[in-house]
Design a protein around this ligand. Structure first.
Ligand code: ATP
Ligand code: MG
Length: 333
């Protein structure tokens, strides 16, 4: 098993006017060939930071302070700007969180795709144009020849998302990073984009890192999931293991808060807010919001440990066995 992406004990920090923000701490994850790994967690948990760190594309004030990112067997940590430019958009593609800022408003969609091809492939303008139409067909953009001439603002949100996927896929990347690909779209369009991602995954065998705060989306298309909270992965493993046997109070809380069409009762979300990421307290980062927390949860550092001796299913909780035998109950109201 040689993973396409192997992130090991990654720590990312943002310098600010005040204390540094420790946005990602001790994050490890692997994505195999053709595999989709979902990263879920509430706002501010470090999902986008993780994606940017993998791309080596953190803003000026962001740095990887320790850990490693290995892509296709090679470390991305000591690559030159030139080498990274060659990888990005070509072998690793990233569809960032905000589609509006990632499409250039003054260039037609078709030209943006052709340009990506011409940066990475030695092809004529005509060949680039043909590849553009082909990828636009692949993402089911209606009437590609016609819509390729349009500027981003002339397209609907769903079509913009398809255009972004087209830019990402035109060089057939080995790794596709999607940051909230369905957020901001209406429910029907969301479902269509998800279907499209599934089809593309199957036909191109691309590995996908799928970031979303929507566990339903992950349940639908990911093979494995990482649950992030305040910069750390609280639980990770195959979808079936994590969703059927959630073994971290935070995961349990998230699942309990999922709207359930079969239960017409109030569901219990996790109360409270993400703590400040400038001073990281000892012990478990979730302790303040956890109803199972005991004294020993606030000491030392808490490493990931296997659940039921399954090396593939890990939880960052000292009391996971206790938490699992006392699952959070939906309020009976
Ligand atoms: P969302 O679901 O809202 O997209 P997220 O999980 O993607 O959230 P990040 O955007 O990675 O979270 O942010 C993680 C933490 O890092 C937050 O506390 C955020 O305020 C902080 N942060 C992000 N970018 C910067 C930056 N450039 N400078 C300083 N702090 C930052
Ligand atoms: Mg984000």
């Amino acid at each position: 098993y040689s993973p396409v992406l192997d992130v090991d004990s990654l720590n990312v920090q943002y310098e600010t006017e005040e204390s540094p923000v420790k946005a990602v701490r001790d994050v490890s994850l692997r994505i195999g060939e053709g595999e989709t790994v979902g990263v879920a967690g509430e706002s501010g948990s470090g999902k986008s930071t993780l994606a940017l760190a993998v791309m080596q594309y953190l803003g000026k004030n962001g740095t990887i302070t320790s850990g490693e990112v290995v892509f296709a067997g090679q470390s991305l940590m000591d690559r030159s700007a030139e080498e990274l430019r060659h990888l990005r958009g070509n072998r690793i593609a990233h569809v960032p969180q905000d589609p509006k800022t990632s499409l250039n408003p003054s260039i037609t969609v078709g030209e943006q795709i052709s340009e990506t091809v011409r940066i990475h492939r030695d092809v004529s303008k005509r060949e680039a144009r043909e590849q553009t139409y082909e990828v636009l067909r692949r993402v089911n953009l209606p009437d590609p020849e016609f819509n390729a001439q349009k500027y981003p603002h002339e397209l609907s949100g769903g079509m913009q998302q398809r255009a972004l996927l087209a830019i990402a896929l035109v060089c057939e990347p080995e790794l596709l990073i999607l940051d909230e690909p369905t957020t901001g779209l209406d429910v029907t369009t969301q479902a269509k984009i998800l279907d499209l991602i599934e089809d593309l995954k199957r036909s191109l065998d691309t590995s996908v890192l799928l970031i979303t705060h929507n566990l339903g989306v992950i349940a639908e298309i990911a093979d494995r999931v990482c649950i992030m909270y305040a910069g750390e992965i609280m639980e990770r493993g195959p979808i079936a293991s994590v969703f059927r046997e959630p073994s971290n109070p935070y995961t349990q809380g998230l699942l309990a808060a999922l709207p359930d069409e079969h239960a017409d009762r109030k569901l219990k979300p996790v109360d409270g807010q993400i703590p400040s990421l400038t001073e990281i307290p000892d012990g478990c980062i979730f302790a303040d919001r956890c109803e199972f927390a005991e004294e020993d949860c606030r000491t030392g550092s808490i490493s990931e440990r296997p659940v039921d001796d399954d090396a593939d299913h890990l939880t960052r909780c000292r009391r996971w066995e206790h938490a699992r035998s006392n699952p959070l109950q939906a309020d009976d109201e």
